[in-house]
Design a binder for this molecule. Structure first.
Ligand SMILES: *[C@@H]1O[C@H](CO)[C@@H](O)[C@H](O)[C@H]1NC(C)=O
Length: 256
């Protein structure tokens, strides 16, 4: 008798679970739209009047690329490598061409975070790759706890103030995947930023970032699919991979 009961139970329970999933997704989408409606008028008016005339993205298609660099105690041994990665990505993007043959126009901001967030370069301060390289090379490691949320919140404000409306907004968060217990809710900070159109790459910086709990957290924070948006600094050809994804993501956004 039990043998018959099991399939019946499964038939009853699975559709119920599926329905619940769908419901939750719908709900999230509704929530998203609601938030977008709430925030978009502000976003639009701010973006229509970019503050920095001379070096904003001139074309209809460009990338505003932000790096959030982990400068906390746990990133001590990787800080130099993080900076090198940032410089490598920016240098590679300089030469990159879209499938259309157009070269990629971009500008870059960089924030460091530990127990506070330091804005090392804003988009408006972008003066090309050579200048950026010199500037980044010298930024010191800070130390202390990992409060990535401060950097995400500050960056969201920065985009609101300086962003060109048409730009593709790409953020690379470098992190070991573990945040200070008193770090304010990172999920809601990232959700707000995504509602403003930011796309998030998560770049783990240590092998610890690959531990299951950390991967799971980073996967939730990154845009999806995670094969494209979740990486690790210790991966082979990490610069190639990330540059390729930024390129193809931008191309996708630009044909729309
Ligand atoms: C960003 O957030 C921190 C909090 O860590 C704050 O101290 C800082 O002044 C903020 N603003 C900028 C522009 O970095």
């Amino acid at each position: 008798m039990w043998r018959w009961l099991l399939p019946l139970l499964l038939l009853g329970v699975f559709p119920a679970l599926l329905a619940q999933d769908y419901y939750e997704e719908d709900y999230e989408e509704e929530e998203d739209t609601r938030r977008r409606k709430k925030t978009s008028p502000k976003t639009l008016t701010t973006n229509l009047i970019p503050k920095n005339g001379q070096n904003r993205i001139a074309e209809d298609c460009g990338v505003e690329l932000a790096f959030l660099v982990d400068s906390s105690e746990s990133a001590k041994d990787n800080h130099a490598q993080e900076k090198q990665f940032v410089i490598d990505v920016v240098e590679r993007l300089q030469g990159a061409r879209l499938h259309t043959g157009r070269s990629l126009s971009f500008r870059t901001a960089l924030l460091q975070y530990s127990s506070r967030s330091l804005t090392e370069q804003t988009f408006a301060q972008w003066q090309g790759v050579a200048h950026f390289r010199t500037r980044i090379r010298d930024i010191p490691y800070i130390g202390q706890g990992t409060y990535a949320t401060y950097a995400i919140t500050n960056l969201t404000h920065l985009y609101l103030q300086e962003s060109a409306m048409s730009a593709v907004k790409v953020t690379l968060l470098l992190t070991d995947g573990q945040f200070h217990p008193r770090n304010p809710d990172i999920f809601s900070a990232v959700a707000d930023a995504k509602n403003q159109g930011l796309r998030f790459f998560m770049v783990g910086i240590t092998p610890a970032a690959n531990e299951p709990g950390n991967v799971q957290r980073l996967r939730l924070l990154a845009n999806s699919p995670s094969e494209r948006f979740l990486h690790n600094l210790q991966d082979r050809n990490i610069v190639d991979k990330v540059v390729k994804e930024i390129d193809s993501g931008t191309f996708g956004a630009c044909v729309l």
